[in-house]
Design a protein around this ligand. Structure first.
Ligand code: DX5
Ligand code: ZN
Length: 216
């Protein structure tokens, strides 16, 4: 069963509660929270206080995507704020094995994020420790960008690597996902699709989430 994770980066921040309520009433199982520090990526979004507020308003799984340098400094703070799933960038962490173990010790699911230029084979010696891998299908930093087509091949390569571990490790795709490319992403091996702009700019977000899941 695929999972949709609407990204609140594209939500209406003046009425965030309303948008969380919409997600609560939808078929989305996760809520994707993009944390940007203005250093790892050329944009600043939101952080711990916003996560805490969202936590109070939903029972959905909170999928926190850290686009920050030295992410390990904040793992505990994000756990305390309500994160269920914590992902950090391969490009932002020096001691990935230690970071993954730390996230697990804190009681969260752990994932590594790969930028568009980072090959999946770099995960060979850590894949079996992960709960998920997040493949960026745009350059991180902004919502509403164009999907990078090379992503399909990366997803299918990663699927082969995961199959060789005989473990259940989810593949998540983030950036430029819409109802036109969702089916091909599932067919390539994706399990979780993040969707910001395609959900929040649509006239009927609940229906768009259902369509992204292949339900009409
Ligand atoms: C980009 C973020 C994404 C973003 C996706 O840096 O990681 O999660 O919100 O937005 P869309 O779906 O609009 O590309
Ligand atoms: Zn994201």
């Amino acid at each position: 069963m695929p999972i949709i994770a609407p990204s609140i980066l594209s939500a209406d921040f003046l009425h965030l509660g309303k948008d969380i309520e919409m997600i609560n009433n939808s078929d989305a199982d996760w809520i994707h929270i993009d944390v940007m520090d203005g250093v790892f990526v050329p944009n600043i979004s939101f952080g711990i206080p916003v996560l805490k507020a969202v936590r109070k308003a939903t029972k959905k799984q909170l999928d926190v995507h850290l686009m920050i340098v030295e992410p390990e400094r904040y793992f505990e703070a994000f756990r305390d704020a309500g994160a269920d799933i914590l992902t950090f960038h391969y490009e932002a962490s020096k001691h990935i094995h230690r970071s993954v173990s730390h996230i697990h010790e804190l009681g969260m699911k752990a994932g590594i994020v790969l930028n568009p230029h980072t090959p999946v084979n770099l995960l060979t010696d850590i894949i079996h420790e992960l709960d998920l891998v997040l493949i960026m299908s745009v350059n991180p930093g902004f919502g509403g960008q164009k999907f990078i087509e090379n992503t399909y091949r990366k997803v299918s390569d990663l699927k082969k690597m995961i199959n060789s571990t005989a473990k259940k490790i989810l593949i998540e795709v983030d950036g430029g996902v819409d109802i036109l490319n969702a089916g091909k992403l599932y067919n390539s091996g994706a399990d979780v699709l993040v969707a910001g702009n395609s959900v929040f700019s649509s006239n009927n977000p609940i229906e768009t989430i259902a369509k992204l899941l292949g339900r009409h």
